[in-house]
Design a protein around this ligand. Structure first.
Ligand SMILES: Cc1ncc(COP(=O)(O)O)c(C=O)c1O
Length: 402
């Protein structure tokens, strides 16, 4: 984009479609438009395509294809995972039904689709909700901060894999392994199983995601964050035998009854292709984003005094830079001074109309004033070096003028 005097650095908000994904979607729109439930050959063509995509998406996270259910996106996948985990304890005749109030644990930096759904359940008196706090200063979550909140009524834990604003990776594997051991002893003591969900919207296509290593029961997949279409999927461990899935949509019984509504074959085809690209190229993507990020940080530091890079911790996403501009300047002003040449954001895209400093950044240790001086820059897998150089030049001038 720098060739036309612009740099897109907002890949955590959304990514463009990869050209190969566009190709597969286009082909599918033309040839696989039959209803996947139809018994004739056009239906079979579409349902075969969906089966192939399911395998591609499963391969991206080292899962079994049977454990993938296609959905409209990350918000739906998060809500279905949460309501399913909760249902395990509230359904009539379940052995845990004597539990008066199910207890759920989440972190204080989750995406709104998790935070707001759980907060509403709490406000309705349906659950008791605890928030594990990330460490102020680092934005990191210690496994003990989550595990120490577990009690005899806990039935569900939801912690995101990577934070969309800070880029900090959360200790999902450590929590998952601890829960696996804990669930063995809970079962012996007739206590409810604790289901574990992670929202992987921001980590797929940026770091390795392996559901077996992470030891999760549910994992949210969002296509438009890894150069795929604007749909998603939910991984449910041993879906048919072990982990409950409560459908949000009832109807014709598509997706084996777990998500009714005629399948969006072309977009599902695109999601499969996007997943396959991640399988083939993840190391290359990671290497490229890390190099661009490091170049951006060192060039910005050379050019602008008094800037700070927040949340430089290990592990973190290779593509996200939380840039704190110098004192007496606001991030809003700096972005305005870029005159539309830099596409970056002050925080999550869904909060772009808010005048308030980001609650995620404040929960992660920044003061309101520091949060108001923070720009989120997120790099893509194909961002050219020249676009990084262009962004440094424009941001430097914008800070000086501000
Ligand atoms: C961490 C995280 N979870 C969930 C979502 C929701 O995805 P969607 O808006 O596609 O439903 C997003 C999107 O910004 C996200 O960043």
């Amino acid at each position: 984009m720098e060739g036309i005097g612009k740099a897109y650095l907002d890949y955590n908000a959304t990514t463009p479609l990869d050209p190969l994904v566009i190709g597969v979607i286009t082909e599918s729109l033309k040839c696989e438009w039959g209803n996947p439930s139809s018994a004739h050959s056009l239906g079979k063509l579409a349902s075969d395509r969906i089966g192939r995509s399911r395998e591609q998406v499963a391969a991206m996270i080292n899962a079994h294809a049977n454990d993938i259910v296609f959905m409209s996106g990350g918000t739906e996948a998060n809500i279905v995972a949460l309501q399913s985990g909760l249902n395990s304890i509230t359904k009539p005749n379940s052995k845990e039904c004597n539990i008066v109030l199910p207890h759920v644990i989440t972190s204080n930096v989750e995406h709104d689709s998790v935070k707001n759904y759980l907060s509403v359940q709490q406000d309705c008196g349906k659950i008791d909700l605890s928030f594990a706090q990330v460490d102020k200063a680092s934005g990191q979550l210690r496994p003990e901060s989550v595990l120490s909140l577990v009690n005899n009524r806990t039935c569900l834990i939801s912690v995101m894999h990577a934070n969309n604003e800070t880029g900090v990776l959360m200790p999902i594997m450590e929590i998952g392994q601890a829960l696996k051991a804990l669930n063995v002893s809970r079962s012996q003591n007739n206590l409810p199983k604790i289901y574990f969900h992670t929202d992987s919207a921001q980590s797929l296509g940026k770091v390795k995601v392996d559901v077996k290593q992470l030891e999760v029961d549910y994992l949210t997949i969002v296509g438009h964050k890894f150069y795929g279409p604007r749909i998603g999927a939910l991984f449910v461990k041993d879906l048919l035998t072990q982990t409950p899935l409560v459908p949000l949509l009832q109807g014709g019984g598509q997706e084996r009854g777990f998500r009714s509504g005629t399948e969006n074959t072309p977009m599902i085809a695109g999601l499969g292709q996007a997943a396959e690209l991640v399988v083939q190229n993840l190391d290359k993507y990671m290497e490229h984003m890390t190099r661009c990020r490091n170049a951006l940080i060192s060039n910005l530091k050379d050019q602008i005094h008094d800037i700070r890079i927040n949340f430089v911790v290990d592990p973190r996403l290779p593509n996200t830079v939380s840039l704190q501009v110098p004192q007496n300047v606001t991030a809003q002003k700096v972005l305005e001074n870029c005159n539309g040449k830099i596409f970056a954001s002050l925080g999550a895209a869904c909060h772009s109309n808010s005048q308030k400093p980001s609650s995620i950044l404040m929960a992660s240790g920044l003061s309101p004033e520091e949060a108001g001086r923070t720009i989120r820059i997120s790099i893509g897998r194909t961002t050219p070096d020249s676009e990084i150089e262009f962004a440094v030049k424009v941001l430097t001038e914008a800070c000086k003028r501000a």
